[in-house]
Design a binder for this molecule. Structure first.
Ligand SMILES: [Zn+2]
Length: 373
């Protein structure tokens, strides 16, 4: 029978909780209901988890990582060069973070420029204007509004911080959970519990980027990896945690380890959505750990290289997805909406369909600029 590793309460059907060992927000699928009671789980590191999830929100959305409930949340915080705030709906589709509104004086007229994200939002704004100007006709303005979807013509920028004390706490929790999930002895990590419950501060997590890859990377794979090492001779117990094949950390779980030699690895490919086998080559001494920097600046180039790799993989996924979208939109518009009443497919329909696909593909690949050439 398992017990809550924090309060030692025996876990029953009514008090056990499901703990994601790797955050669900980054696509973690490994979970256990044998670790924590509901009470302890709710008190443990929620703000730390939220901070880590925020740091990986852009990557999770960009790689279309789904939560257990099937959702891909909106990524917030994007900006255009002029400061316009942009959100990425479902992690990928750019949308204004809020409606745009401006008013100018033109001679004796006031000109309102409004860009809204839906009919409903537009109507609410126009009704607001009508309150100030009684002669303003909301329905007429609504009928004149131009509706449509535009491709973004300039890049959206996101700024991102990785690491920091709060996020490190969540990463330490992942390491502890993974150790206990593998039936590790609780006594070896007991000293970390106050830290995980935000009652203490410890320096047990560091950014860790090895120049040589610690395992063999396959083409196109992006993985989350956990690797625990217990070394009896050196008296150390540590965990290597890697997210998105890019951001990696080392967590010192114990410097007084007296258990047997152990190595446990878990690797999950977020692209194929499957657990994969990895042989990890890692050996760290206490001295090496203590020499590691807790900042990320020293690893900037290594992280950039790894980020470039996963962005290329993500772009490939997006391209395939957009080609599917272009095809299905053309089928719907031409065969279902425009010619839905016709029984036979005619040459005219096929020509229109082909032309539409060609135009949309050119626009997608080269942007609107191609029309000016
Ligand atoms: Zn408990």
């Amino acid at each position: 029978m398992s017990k809550c590793y924090n309060c030692d309460t025996t876990l029953t059907e009514s008090n056990r909780s499901v703990e994601h060992i790797i955050l669900n927000a980054v696509g973690g699928r490994l979970k256990s209901s044998d670790l924590l009671c509901v009470g302890c789980n709710s008190k443990m590191g929620n703000s730390a988890d939220a901070e880590l999830a925020k740091q990986f929100q852009f990557l999770s959305g960009h790689l279309q990582v789904k939560r257990d409930n099937g959702a891909i949340p909106t990524t917030k915080g994007g900006k255009l060069a002029d400061g316009t705030e942009i959100n990425l709906l479902s992690g990928i589709t750019p949308s204004l973070a809020k409606p745009k509104f401006s008013v100018e004086q033109e001679g004796d007229k006031l000109v309102y420029n409004v860009v809204a994200r839906s009919d409903k939002e537009m109507k609410t704004i126009l009704e607001g204007i009508a309150k100030k100007h009684t002669q303003f006709d909301v329905n007429h303005a609504m009928s004149k509004a131009r509706k449509g979807v535009e491709r973004l013509k300039e890049p959206v920028s996101f700024s991102q911080v990785f690491g920091g004390k709060l996020a490190f706490r969540s990463i330490a929790k992942t390491a502890v959970n993974f150790y206990l999930y593998n039936k590790g002895d609780k006594e070896n990590i007991r000293h970390l519990l106050p830290y995980l419950f935000e009652k203490d501060d410890l320096d047990v997590v560091k950014h860790f980027h090895s120049k040589k890859s610690l395992y063999k990377k396959e083409a196109g794979e992006i993985i989350h990896l956990l690797h625990i090492v217990g070394n009896k001779h050196d008296k150390v117990l540590y965990c290597y945690v890697e997210f998105f094949s890019t951001h990696s950390y080392l967590i010192m779980l114990s410097e007084k380890y007296n258990g047997k030699n152990i190595r446990y690895t878990y690797a999950y490919n977020i692209i194929s959505k499957s657990v994969v086998e990895k042989k990890v080559n890692l050996k760290i001494s206490r001295d090496t750990f203590n020499k590691l920097s807790s900042g990320m600046q020293d690893y900037f180039l290594l992280v950039k290289e790894k980020t470039d790799r996963i962005m290329k993989i993500a772009n490939k996924i997006h391209t395939n997805r957009e080609i599917d979208n272009i095809t299905s939109r053309a089928i719907k518009d031409i065969f279902e909406i425009k010619y839905g009443h016709e029984e036979l497919i005619t040459q005219q329909m096929i020509d229109e369909f082909t032309e539409r696909i060609a135009n949309d593909m050119v626009e997608f690949m080269y942007g609107n600029d191609v029309k000016d050439i």
